[in-house]
Design a protein around this ligand. Structure first.
Ligand SMILES: [Zn+2]
Length: 556
């Protein structure tokens, strides 16, 4: 995802600058700005949505068939989701979720109506007889109403294109997919596959996730568009995009590429979307085959910046390079490519294929995908540009809250998960200090966890096991604390020595780092205890490779 967090970023920068101006002192301003960063206590709704509670843990999703009708005039949605699941323990209740703005019309097990209890966004469904562990069941959850539009592009939006045609789209990672359809709205459990059927007025086009199966004229002025998702999918990735789209297609090897844009943008799109091939080639080079081969790859024009909807990435970057017309990392590299195509599609590997099992660990999506941008730059424009590009992210890092948020409350981690996450991975590459080994490691990491939902502990255990190193204090320092490590250097020029150690929150923090002369780096192994080394270099000649490691340096 990209978008809402960055709006917040801009607001915070403005507030910070106002403090600077008012206080007349950078330090005082920083303290005031930092003090305001206390997260609010989770609401009951946050806990019901965020926790993997007893009525979620007792079942395992198998498939959804979401079958809805969207009325642009009435700005309403109605239909059903058929939820197929396997019970993991005997029970008489499961938890599904649907935003309180929408009505539950009925819930059926076969022909039997089920009772249910609504509690904020949760819908607890009760069964008249015990469901048995190991058995599979399907319930049909009927609902209707006017789905909520939230924030700049959140939720479900009924809009119009510049020519006045309906333009209707969903983007719901923050608020949760249950804002517009009933599902088990959490991150741990995904269906294995999904059918999406969307009935819309004749003449409009619906683009959803997966492979296009066909369309059926319903004879009442509506046409149903059927899509088939043949892989596990996050709920929030499930999307509909309804508009006056024109379609063109291409192919990368066996992979179908399909593009949907407004008619007036067709020529621009044909030119700009050519970048999709180079992007897929770059990511396939580092991580292996595009994850959703059978479903194809799509780009779909929308009026907001973009979103990684699985196999149907939405795009609103105005068919220009950079990010919304800007040089995104401010170092002259970003204008060479279309940020939204490169970032949002990177999520096909990290976010959609490898997914976090709790929103708290969303850096697995955003930190990795931001690092994928860096790899794309390296593959396409070379290593020097990649180092420039990733270091261009430094001014965006805030170091105000740990990257990993509180678990089980649907908490959104701070934006540091993007930029600091990528800078951390760039640091880790320097720690491995062997590019062939690093590229094999990240390739194998992706392959090991593809189509799975994992937590940071899984990432750390994998890296430790594969490298034979204890990288836990590194991961913990960068992900679970606010500060980055500081390399403390104390020079004794008369003796020709320098004392060095890491200042870090993790007592066992130990990280090799390149120091000395830029043309002839020397690797030292600082820990949190003082050590001494000889150096012919004076304090002002002694460099640290801060473009390869995201650290502070303090010289005395
Ligand atoms: Zn993203």
């Amino acid at each position: 995802m990209i978008g809402s967090n960055f709006c917040k970023l801009r607001a915070q920068v403005v507030v910070f600058l106002m403090f600077m101006a008012a206080a007349g002192s950078g330090h005082a301003a920083l303290q005031q700005a930092t003090a305001s960063a206390t997260p609010a206590a989770p609401s009951r709704a946050d806990i019901l949505r965020g926790a993997y509670g007893p009525y979620r843990v007792n079942n395992d999703l198998l498939s959804y068939h979401l079958d809805v009708r969207v009325d642009p005039e009435k700005q309403s949605i109605s239909g059903k989701n058929s939820v197929r699941f396997k019970m993991l323990a005997d029970g008489t209740r499961i938890q599904l979720d649907l935003h309180p703005a929408l009505a539950v019309d009925k819930i059926l097990l076969g022909a039997t109506p089920l009772t249910y209890v609504r509690d904020s966004g949760a819908v607890f469904v009760d069964f008249p007889e015990t469901l048995h562990a190991g058995q599979e069941y399907t319930i049909d959850f009927y609902y209707s109403g006017h789905p909520l539009q939230t924030a700049r592009f959140g939720g479900f939006t009924f809009a119009k294109d510049p020519a006045g045609h309906p333009w209707i789209y969903t983007a719901c990672e923050d608020i949760g997919a249950s804002v517009w359809w009933p599902n088990k709205d959490q991150w741990r459990d995904e269906v294995e596959n999904m059918q999406i059927s969307v009935a819309i007025p004749n003449g409009l086009v619906d683009v959803s996730n997966g492979k296009f199966v066909g369309k059926t004229d319903l004879g009442d002025g509506y046409t149903r568009w059927d899509w088939l998702v043949q892989y596990p999918i996050n709920n929030y990735d499930v999307s509909l995009n309804i508009g006056n789209y024109v379609h063109f297609s291409d192919q990368l090897g066996d992979l179908p590429l399909d593009f949907y844009v407004l008619p007036e943008d067709l020529d621009k799109a044909k030119k700009q979307f050519a970048q999709a091939k180079g992007m897929i080639e770059a990511y396939q080079h580092y991580f292996g085959e595009y994850p959703f081969q059978k479903d194809g790859y799509k780009l779909v024009e929308v009026p907001y910046s973009g979103m990684e909807h699985q196999s149907a990435v939405t795009y609103g970057n105005h068919f220009t390079n950079g990010y919304l017309g800007r040089d995104w990392t401010g170092v002259g590299v970003s204008p060479k490519f279309d940020f939204i195509i490169i970032h949002e599609s990177g999520h096909e590997w990290f976010g959609n294929s490898v997914s976090a099992a709790d929103r708290s660990d969303m850096w697995i999506h955003e930190g990795w995908t931001t690092y994928l941008e860096v790899l794309y730059v390296e593959y396409t424009f070379g290593h020097e540009d990649a180092i420039k590009y990733v270091n261009g992210y430094k001014p965006k890092v805030q170091n105000r809250e740990p990257i990993i948020a509180e678990r089980g409350i649907a908490a959104t981690p701070p934006q540091d998960m993007y930029f600091k996450g990528a800078l951390f991975l760039n640091t880790l590459r320097s720690v491995i200090n062997d590019d062939a080994r690093w590229f094999a490691l990240i390739h194998d990491f992706y392959q090991h966890f593809k189509y799975q939902n994992i937590m940071t502990e899984d990432v750390v255990a994998y890296f430790n096991q594969q490298t034979g190193m204890n990288l836990t204090p590194l991961f913990d320092q960068y992900l679970r604390h606010t500060a980055i490590p500081t390399l403390e250097l104390k020079f004794n020029e008369a003796e020709g020595t320098v004392d060095f150690r890491w200042q870090a929150d993790e007592p066992d923090f130990a990280m090799p780092i390149r120091v000395g002369k830029k043309t002839d780096w020397q690797i030292i192994q600082p820990t949190t205890y003082w050590q001494t080394m000889k150096t012919p270099l004076k304090k002002n000649e002694f460099d640290v490779a801060t473009d390869l490691y995201f650290v502070n340096v303090s010289k005395q």
